[in-house]
Design a binder for this molecule. Structure first.
Ligand code: KIV
Length: 288
């Protein structure tokens, strides 16, 4: 059988990348057309993040995002991804009530939406027990420590974590506990690069950083931030690789002006009858 030149990214292949010292590329995705572009560009991992709530659905935080919204947006990303691994983000309160509810919600990402794993924020003892239960049920889990946006009401605002020694040590302990619980990768969000380096060197599973400096095994950004889609506040760690907001505003302004001026649609963008048929139509009008 011929060797597949562009094999699917799998959980073991992410680990192999870490071992080979190859960086893992990841971005968030929430719909079919964008996921298709990111997949074709060779991004390894597409996270249907609960950042969906803030960048697509217009919520102020990720807290209101529901399981149904997450499943609705995970399905098209799965349909688009031919190579990338697709991970669904467990929204707030989908993994807090009971093991049964947590399992049922995580299984929806796998069975109903077709994702290959889920992400869970936090590493409290109770959270670790839930994560172990999911892994026992064959649901791969990605951990997430540092700034965990679902803790917004505890934190008061989104801010860098682990700048002081004691908090840094706590985050390092959490990452190690997640590895022990069996996660296949850990997201490190908004922590100093020194802390991320320490975690990356200690863990055998890949670390994927967002605002965690260059030492992580991979990097992830929120797609809308990376392409300048909404143009609002961006944290220091976001690099804007494009300015889609300006591009879309300029295009929309040009469309508005052309419609108002009657310049669009022009001949090129209109359908036409065959001349003989058009003559018949005109004649029928005259004759009624
Ligand atoms: O929801 C999300 O997009 C995330 C990333 C920031 C890692 O959790």
């Amino acid at each position: 059988m011929a060797e597949d030149k562009n094999p699917r990214v799998t959980i073991p292949s992410l680990r192999a990348k870490k071992e080979a010292g190859e960086k893992i590329t990841a971005l968030t995705a929430y719909d079919f057309p964008v996921a298709r572009i990111l997949d074709e560009a060779g991004i390894d991992l597409l996270l249907v993040g609960d950042s969906l709530g803030m960048v697509v659905l217009g919520y102020e935080t990720t807290i209101p995002v529901t399981m149904d919204e997450m499943i609705h947006h995970t399905k098209p990303v799965v349909r688009a991804a031919r190579r990338a691994l697709v991970i669904g983000d467990m929204p707030y309160f989908s993994f807090h009530l009971s093991e049964e509810a947590t399992l049922a919600n995580a299984a929806r990402f796998i069975k109903e939406a077709g994702a290959q794993g889920v992400k869970v924020e936090g590493a409290s003892p109770r959270r670790l027990a839930m994560i172990e239960r999911l892994i026992e049920a064959e649901i791969p889990v990605m951990g997430h420590v540092g700034l965990t946006p679902q803790s917004i009401h505890h934190l008061g605002r989104f801010k860098v974590r682990g700048t002081a020694f004691s908090e840094a040590k706590a985050i390092i302990r959490e990452a190690a506990a997640l590895e022990k619980a069996g996660v296949f990768a850990v997201i490190l969000e908004s922590i100093p690069q020194e802390v991320a380096r320490e975690i990356t060197e200690r863990l055998s599973v890949p670390t994927i950083g967002i605002g965690a400096g260059p030492w992580c095994d991979g990097q992830i950004l929120v797609f809308h931030d990376m392409v300048g889609f909404d143009g609002g506040y961006l944290p220091k760690f976001v690099k804007k690789y494009a300015d889609l907001k300006t591009l879309i505003s300029t295009a929309t302004g040009a469309y508005r002006d052309e419609v108002r001026a009657g310049a669009f649609p022009d001949v090129e963008h209109s359908y036409h009858m065959k001349p003989a048929e058009a003559r018949k139509l005109r004649a029928s009008r005259r004759g009624r």
